[in-house]
Unconditional design. Structure first.
Lengths: 352, 352
DNA sequence: CTGAAAGCGCTTACAG
DNA sequence: CTGAAAGCGCTTACAG
């Protein structure tokens, strides 16, 4: 069986297209199916032929064409992550975890960002993501992400990173989260133990009926016999933290502020400095996330480390389980860990 | 014209696989090639059939299979971005720009991160990226990225985001960059105009023979008749900035510090605070990037806005030009813009 | 353990 | 302007 060389030269020069499974087969003296078997690690290949084929594969630098593979067996070995924001720490760290896990499993990872919360943008993003043919992970920390989550067709293998659910999630829901309630409870308790009469809270937007982060903060206060003050509502950025900080700094009764994330805490710090309040002498400030920069804020920020990278890895594991026909039950990931730094301390004694 | 339902139901229920080009063709009463023509916007289709086919496409919610398409014409309509870091502002903002442009052009975007600078990791990353079948954009701000850049096979359509080159780049090199020299020159001149006797520089690692950022800083000093001090070498993170800050704070002759990026500046600020130096009273500090948080540092950071999003868009444009057989000449992107905030000011008069 | 056949869903010439 | 043929590079049964 002759074939005309279609631009492939074994010498490696002037290679106009890359080697195919048939090139390998011909050179190794086997059929192309056998080559397919060795690249897919099928058991039923004799060691001798396996070795011979593998040698040719290595020599040629043959790499199977992913598109052809996907077409033939409907399996893309890819995951695309859908998110509404590429600049927030939690989102990025989650993406990083997904990417790590995907790389280890030889999956490729795509990314599509949802332009806005409008339903046409959400739908367009989902279609783009699906077109790739692989599985989906949606980062659904915010409203837009939640919208997307609900719009993903039933048949698509999917997992989602979400806020801690307000009530037990439906069995089999492919959700992963960080235990927000425990994180907030522990941080609040720590502040209380420092001697603060109460702890004020600047909240992130919640996608749930009742934020677990807020609930954890409240429950710690109540257990200490304290009636929780009204939480302030921020968004995700430092500016909204700054605004909340300005407001709180004017109330001399405020001695401890817990912030929904480190970025908000940065804004609060900047407001307190502007208002000439001492930190932590007058006011203690704590955040959530432990993003790398927070150790260098002024003062260094006390915060709770949230393991978004592990969250991303779990999302990947969840979605690949689905790909394999298994169901992983919804579950929390990791253990939030308080990191005490210089922005918190005991309140000054005699404030009048 | 009857058809056996192969799991496709027009009613939309129990759809076991999605519609193919042949389903559309059959229902519209045309050949599948004609359907191919209308989805590819070929000119030679009569308005009447085009409309009829389009209607069926919409009704069925038909979306062409990307893998099949890629296999048939060798064109993936995808770009994968290769980078060594997913947490640095400049990298992310560049990715954001690529994603934006890609979305607008209906390209999908993949991401592969290079695990380390070891040549096996670099090579593995490149192979993963290539396997996807599309074009490549490598973010080559650091050594690892530069390594990757050099290892990408000639035949792969590619663009790269790089540091400003030290000398004129080879004609046709698919490189985009931000004008580092102008940025550093202007920032230094600004500090000098404030009355500082000199400006110290904390440098990012450079991948070039001679960093343009450093060169810009030097040339501004020389034009003012000042002999440039030795720059300090940092890496990309706040910790190295902190270390540099501690060192510089001990020299009472230091009144102005220009930092390679905002993160380094954050570290310098934290060191100066720790050493009880007033900012900007004793020392002025400026950064590069203008990342969103820098306006909330203590004090708010003077910095130079670098348009990485535009850089990402240019990279995408460059690589799609290559895909179309055109060559874009290597070029700088955007105009760095000084953003004056509270961390810089005139030096105090009588320091002894 | 290995090979010949058929097909995944498209596109690209080639006819008409 | 439109259709019949061939093929992109694989994998999945089915024989042997």
């Amino acid at each position: 069986m002759q074939r005309v060389d279609a631009g492939l030269s074994v010498s490696g020069t002037a290679r106009s297209r890359s080697a195919s499974i048939r090139d390998v087969a011909r050179i190794a003296g086997v059929s192309h199916q056998t080559v397919s078997r060795v690249i897919n690690r099928h058991a039923k290949v004799s060691p001798a032929t396996r070795e011979r084929v593998q040698k040719v594969i290595d020599e040629l630098g043959f790499r199977p064409n992913a598109s052809a593979r996907a077409l033939a067996n409907g399996d893309t070995q890819s995951v695309t992550v859908l998110m509404s924001d590429t600049t927030r720490y939690g989102y990025l760290a989650t993406l990083t975890g997904i990417e790590e896990a995907a790389r280890a499993a030889s999956f490729s990872v795509g990314i599509v960002v949802i332009e806005s919360g409008s339903s046409s943008h959400v739908r367009a993003a989902i279609e783009n993501a699906i077109d790739t043919g692989g599985a989906l992970v949606v980062v659904a920390f915010d409203k837009t992400g939640q919208l997307a989550l609900r719009e993903v067709p039933e048949r698509i293998p999917m997992a989602a990173a979400v806020e801690s659910p307000a009530s037990a999630p439906p069995a089999g829901a492919p959700w992963c989260w960080i235990d927000d309630e425990a994180a907030a409870r522990d941080a609040t308790r720590y502040l209380l133990e420092l001697g603060h009469p109460t702890v004020h809270y600047v909240a992130l937007p919640s996608t749930t009926r009742s934020s677990r982060r807020t609930a954890g903060w409240r429950s710690a206060l109540r257990r200490a016999g304290i009636d929780p003050p009204t939480p302030l509502q921020a968004d995700w950025g430092a500016l909204s933290g700054h605004e909340a900080g300005v407001f709180l700094s004017r109330d001399p009764g405020v001695s401890a502020i817990l912030c929904g994330n480190d970025e908000i805490a940065l804004g609060v710090l900047s407001a307190l400095h502007a208002e000439r309040r001492k930190i932590p002498g007058d006011v203690s400030v704590a955040g959530f996330d432990d993003e790398p920069q927070s150790a260098f804020y002024t003062p260094a920020l006390t915060t709770t480390k949230l393991d978004f990278v592990a969250l991303g890895r779990s999302c990947f594991a969840t979605v690949t389980a689905r790909l394999g026909g298994e169901h992983v039950e919804p579950h929390p990931v990791g253990t939030p860990e308080l990191v005490v730094r210089a922005s918190t301390g005991s309140p000054r004694r005699a404030r009048s």
